[in-house]
Design a protein around this ligand. Structure first.
Ligand SMILES: Cc1cc2nc3c(=O)[nH]c(=O)nc-3n(C[C@H](O)[C@H](O)[C@H](O)COP(=O)(O)O)c2cc1C
Length: 366
């Protein structure tokens, strides 16, 4: 299987399967001299790791990252950085039933149709275990951004579970870490806990919407026309398992607006241009405006559930399938740090592209 790489100058190639000995990634193109140790990457992996509460899969993985290359005496050398995370808690027997059958809503059927031979254990390469490697790469990107663009922040949170959205008037970004859902609305988080408990106990699952916002992004990242910051962001978010839609700024809602409502009006502030709103999500013409970059993505409900669903097996027989194993009842929860990691990798990639093409040259205003 090819096409395991994303990024133009900051290039990430992930490898590994859910029940193989390890997973990881090669990060190529990271600038030299960036302070980097495992301790810079581990906190992001800890945020994503399974088994932390009853609302995520009970697979217990320490997800300890090891840097195998590209760092010497605590700083990057500019050569390929190899990151490895061992798999320690595989339970492959749970997946015997899907060796010859296809979970509805999962990738078993398409992997079989395309490749004819698949690692069915834990979903193999289609398992979201792969997203740990993205989060590790995101840790490298964050450390690099911290050195190159001090003050840039990236924050992800869940804004909707099933049909239950947050109340934006109650949003408190400081409260995100106080509940198991990375939810910025404490009232919604309490409601979601009861709701997800009921769903989990009734052998069901539910979808979610995640928002990722980056502040302190310099104006000028991204390029017309085939290297737009928003098209690369959309591609990166869409590549996350279970993602079915991506929005930038007002996204789909922009279609319902008039031109008068949609205009992000511009005034001249003491330090340069200031926008009066940010419906564009911080990107115009594929290029960052200096406003927060705002991206949302929708994830579908977990397909592996204990309620029997109709499907077929490899012999073409119609069967009912219950999916055993340890699964996330709402994959949106652990998708939050994955979305943050993808945002970090794409922003760094575009920062490097911008430096390569324009250096410090900028158009002046005022
Ligand atoms: C963080 C995360 C955790 C996931 N956990 C599970 C899981 O426990 N069980 C499952 O069936 N799918 C899970 N998924 C979704 C599957 O990996 C995904 O549905 C599958 O690869 C098929 O791809 P698609 O949904 O993008 O078409 C998870 C996704 C993410 C982002």
């Amino acid at each position: 299987m090819s096409l395991n790489t994303f990024g133009h100058l900051f290039r990430v190639t992930t490898w590994g399967e859910s029940h193989g000995p390890a997973i990881g990634c090669t990060v190529d193109g990271c600038p030299p001299g960036i302070p980097l140790t495992e301790a810079d990457i581990q906190p992001w992996l800890d945020k994503r790791k399974p088994g932390q509460n009853k609302f995520t899969t009970q697979r217990k993985e320490p997800d300890e990252v090891r840097i195998l290359s590209g760092v010497f005496e605590g700083r990057t050398t500019g050569t390929a950085i190899q990151l490895m995370i061992e798999n320690t808690d595989q339970r492959s027997k749970d997946y015997g039933d899907i060796a010859q059958a296809f979970r509805p809503g999962h990738a078993d059927i398409t992997y079989h149709q395309k490749y004819g031979h698949r690692d069915y254990r834990g979903g193999g390469r289609s398992s979201a275990r792969e997203t740990a490697a993205r989060v590790a790469a995101g840790g490298v990107a964050r450390a690099t951004l911290a050195a190159l663009v001090p003050g840039l922040t990236i924050t992800g949170y869940m804004v909707q579970m099933g049909a239950r959205g947050i109340d934006r008037s109650r949003v408190d970004l400081a409260s995100i870490g106080n509940n198991p859902f990375w939810c910025p609305d404490p009232v919604a988080a309490t409601d979601w806990a009861d709701y997800l408990d009921q769903l989990r106990l009734s052998h069901n699952s539910v979808g979610a919407v995640i928002e990722v916002i980056a502040t302190g992004v310099p104006a000028g990242l991204g390029a017309p026309l085939y290297g737009k910051l928003d098209s690369d962001l959309a591609s990166a978010m869409m590549s996350i398992n279970a993602v079915k839609a991506v929005e930038i700024g007002d996204g789909m809602a922009a279609a319902a607006l008039t031109g008068v409502e949609n205009a992000d009006e511009i005034r001249m502030g003491p330090n340069g241009p200031e926008f009066l709103s940010n419906r564009a999500g911080g990107i115009l013409g594929g290029i960052s405006t200096g406003q927060p970059v705002v991206c949302r993505f929708a994830v579908k409900p977990t397909s592996s559930i204990l309620t029997p669903r109709q499907t077929i097996n490899q012999r073409g027989e119609e069967i009912d399938l219950i999916t055993k194993g340890r699964h996330d009842p709402c994959v949106g929860i652990r998708a939050v740090p994955v979305g943050e990691a993808m945002m970090a990798c794409i922003l760094l990639d575009h920062l490097m592209l911008d430096r390569a093409q324009t250096g410090s040259q900028r158009g002046t205003i005022g």
